[in-house]
Design a protein. Sequence first.
Length: 570
Amino acid sequence: MTIPGGPGGNSRPDSAPLDFIREIIRNDLESGKHSTVATRFPPEPNGYLHIGHAKSICLNFGVAEEFGGTCNLRFDDTNPTKEDVEYVDSIIDAVHWLGFDWGTRLYYASDYFERIYQYTLGLVREGKAYVDDLTADQIREYRGTLTEPGKESPWRNRPVEENLDLFERMRRGEFEDGAKVLRARIDMASPNLNLRDPVIYRIRHAAHHRTGDAWCIYPMYDYTHAISDAIEHITHSLCTLEFEDHRPLYDWTVDNLPVPSRPRQIEFARLNLTYTVMSKRKLLQLVQEGLVSGWDDPRMPTIVGLRRRGYTPESIREFAARIGVAKRENMVDVALLEDAVRDDLNRRARRAMAVLRPLRVVIENYPEGQVERIEIPVNPEDASMGTRSVPFSKVLYIERDDFREVPPPKYFRLSPGREVRLRGTYFLKCGRAVKDASGEVTELRCTYDPATRGGSSPDGRKVKATIHWVSAAHALDAEVRLYDRLFTVPDLHDAEEGRDWKSYLNPDSLEVLRGGKVEPGLDGAAPLSAFQFERLGYFCVDPDTRPGALVFNRTVPLRDTWARTQAQAT
RNA sequence: UGGGGCGUGGCCAAGUGGUAAGGCACGGGACUUUGGAUCCCGUAUCGAAGGUUCGAAUCCUUCCGCCCCAGCCA
């Protein structure tokens, strides 16, 4: 089942409603306006990609795939002072990791510099661009305001020959940074400020990460972007809403230059997610001020952060599909993202038992020194994943939370006299709790029922809870890092007047547990591999893991209806 | 107060004149060797007011609200 127009490998069902962009594209294909679709993902290499970019990546590459077209990866590298190869490398990695491929179509706006320059010469010759000697401050003053028209620069009517000469000398490096700019000659009275003779070239004596010292003038984004799209024969140039006001300039550019194609810009709403930030500036600040451990801190909404947190590319793509694409401002509940990983990992993640806060249990009637191997499904959702063998013996660790000396109402787990099932094996009955001098429970003395091996009782008696465990003698030590939302409020836009956004950082967004005990089968697990720690959540192996020193990140907890009913009770 | 956008349930989001999809969240129930998963059930007249029409979330008018724009950033 595929949508019309797509011989490409697509997976959208017929029933899935098309968003307004896909609808436009479908119409353009049906009407014959275009015979193929070409999109592009155009990041500036000045920062790391985040989940908001993932939305755009999934849109651009997704649309191309579905309609049998192509999507280019193009770096918008027109500002040498802010860009770096570190960022281009990370961006390439991130897009690949998300599962997209641009074949040989990796482009850089900087590759078009010469061609853009030649186009510009033509523009100057036609009297459609001029060299302005005004300072940046003066240009701002002359631009007017939102309600008042701007006024023309005294240099606006320079003779073409003079403009040509000056522009060529700008290129040759005869002028200082800021001494002159080249402006498009459009309309200083336009109600759209972008059309009030926008600057299209500025002087920057700075080395560019790709072109080195070849240039000291650099074209501006609006101008460059439109030309680059046209050069690449992009049919639909998808960008975010804040560029809507720039569209007339985009159109002006492709209409006034002899470019080989005439792309159409379409804008959609960027993604906002609750309890986090999406601005490059703020993310950079978090990193630079050490408020997080780096771009790949698992609490960051960056692609590398999500990856280290344990998110899968599939879950992020599914998330993008679920949130859709539209033009209205939105604030997506992070629970939707969390649900997408749970959904993916539930089907695919291997299960393991891990005790995060251990409580020692001695099974008094279990033979000293005996060890049994218990076969437990690797993933009950998928029998083809087989079983794993878990050692069982007299002394175990269970979760401290699975024992209550005084059980609250509806608490089904262990308490003196109560019986539960140990996952995959025997019923365990709680005897007494051993306490230390301070009254803290240090150990449980219990008994098991040998007749219940396998997890059910021949006499038909039931047990209301199943708890996880790990054999003390076989357990591996592990450090477990628990993450929570980065901020304490869902929407930073609602911040109190004058209050620093960083004061909303959640002080409990990271909790490190060092005494974890995990089943021995986890030994040697590869970095970033995902597991469901039964009854707890999804976890992945952190790259900090060293031989004999396992470190896990909690990707997301399992749904916990018990915690919910308990919360309701209070 | 200039221009450009947007307003459908708590959050996303379909709907394109014929009588409000779906997902998440939330609540209830069934089932369960993860209080997981799965499965049922439940909750909106579409920013407001007028108007056109047999019939409007969809067309018209007015009003209200929110977002974006005055970088030689992208």
